[in-house]
Design a binder for this molecule. Structure first.
Ligand SMILES: Cc1ncc(COP(=O)(O)O)c(C=O)c1O
Length: 397
């Protein structure tokens, strides 16, 4: 489908739909008129096949308790195989009502109060909460930022693991907010450290399908690294929610290849969740995995173009603004410190630019002066956001 036709058909106004991103601006930012570039969801309607599958289900009109049909697991297995060369077995699969919920449960199931849990920062802020709220010891290793290209400080990771009796590493792969798709070499080194020090790994791979350049930067699941060498200590959590814009349908996966870990999970998950699955979420997910690939390619192309526009415009008109390399996710990470004092960033972004963004310090206390912008939206929103930033920067000099 032509780009313009796709946008016309799928990009939509979300105001007054109980959208957290669009309708909670007053409550969250004190100003309902900001242009919302926060919250990791999209302004695109789901693939038609998903809408149709939901309509068929809704037309039936009964929403009693449901279970996960084999066909759902098969659609997920086929998707992972064809998209990422990842071979999953049905008995590895467990289902949840959201990745963050699963992170909370897994921290409880896999560690004891006081144990060290490692995260690489800056990172998606619920990672901090999942550790702190459960009274585990938060252990962080800061990624190394070289002009927007982020890498792992392996020596520091090893030091943190050793010094803090780390029992669990929660990784974000691809990494929100810095946009890295970890290479097989990086993953191998990281997971080998976990093996050496007997650290379990929960790999949050919710952004797995959002590869910006799959040839240069292909996503490698922690389960397939080094031909699956580490899969006895890895649990993957993911879901169709970022890929297909179905977050509020509350359907996610916990993938556990190791039989002992699976038993531990099964024996304990009841302490954290007693809900059955969300049937509508699985109806949507199954249709998306079976029929959504074409739609996803179109959306990825829009995200790539939005990123290119943002990068080239800043390069030309605000060249000291550092844009992190976007390899995966649809979230771009900007360092505005060359133009804006870190403690003025909120006033600058909200009052001068009229934008609602995720602020850097939400992802790491060290990252005041950074902002995260969502690119999975109508190009006109990205253009407006970028132009507002460029204009506000020009007015300062
Ligand atoms: C890394 C990561 N994990 C989890 C989530 C949220 O997952 P869920 O809505 O399934 O809890 C997000 C959403 O932005 C995310 O970026």
């Amino acid at each position: 489908m032509e780009r313009a036709a796709f946008i016309k058909q799928y990009a939509t106004d979300r105001k007054q739909t109980n959208s957290l991103k669009w309708d909670a601006l007053k409550e969250r930012y004190g100003n309902a008129d900001l242009l919302p570039m926060w919250v990791a969801d999209m302004e695109f309607k789901v693939p038609e096949a998903v809408t149709q599958a939901l309509m068929d289900r809704v037309t039936h009109g009964v929403y009693g308790y449901s279970f996960t049909p084999d066909s759902y697991g098969q659609a997920l297995i086929d998707w992972e195989q064809s998209r990422h060369g990842m071979t999953l077995q049905k008995d590895w699969l467990r289902f949840g009502s959201g990745v963050v919920n699963s992170l909370y449960a897994l921290v409880n199931i896999l560690t004891n109060p006081g144990d060290g849990v490692l995260i690489l920062t800056p990172v998606y802020y619920p990672f901090f909460n999942a550790v702190r709220d459960n009274h585990r010891q938060l252990v962080t290793s800061e990624l190394v930022n070289d002009q927007g290209h982020y890498t792992i400080d392996f020596e520091d990771v090893e030091r943190q693991i050793k010094n803090n009796e780390v029992r669990l590493f929660i990784q974000c792969s691809p990494h929100n907010p810095v946009g890295r798709v970890w290479t097989e070499a990086e993953e191998t080194r990281l997971l080998a450290l976990c093996e050496q020090y007997n650290v379990l790994v929960v790999s949050d791979e919710i952004h797995q399908d959002l590869e910006i350049d799959p040839v240069q930067h292909p996503f490698v699941s922690a389960l397939t690294v080094a031909d699956g060498r580490f899969s006895d200590r890895v649990i993957v959590v993911n879901s169709p929610s970022k890929t297909f814009n179905v977050a509020s349908l509350l359907n996610s996966h916990v993938i556990i290849p190791d039989a002992e870990l699976r038993t531990r999970y099964d024996d304990n998950i009841g302490r954290f969740s007693q809900t059955e699955i969300n049937d509508l979420g699985q109806v949507a997910g199954q249709a998306a995995y079976a029929h959504g690939a074409e739609w996803l390619e179109q959306v990825l192309d829009i995200i790539r173009d939005n990123y290119h526009y943002l990068q080239t415009t800043f390069e030309a008109q605000a060249p000291k603004l550092v844009v992190a390399d976007l390899q995966g996710t649809y979230l771009t990470w900007l360092d505005l410190r060359a133009y804006v004092e870190p403690d003025e960033i909120k006033a600058f972004i909200q009052n001068k630019c009229g934008l609602a963004v995720d602020f850097g310090e939400w992802f790491s206390p060290l990252d005041q002066g950074f902002v995260r912008l969502n690119l999975a939206t109508d190009p006109k929103n990205v253009q407006q956001a970028v132009q507002r930033i460029v204009t506000a920067i020009a007015e300062r000099s």
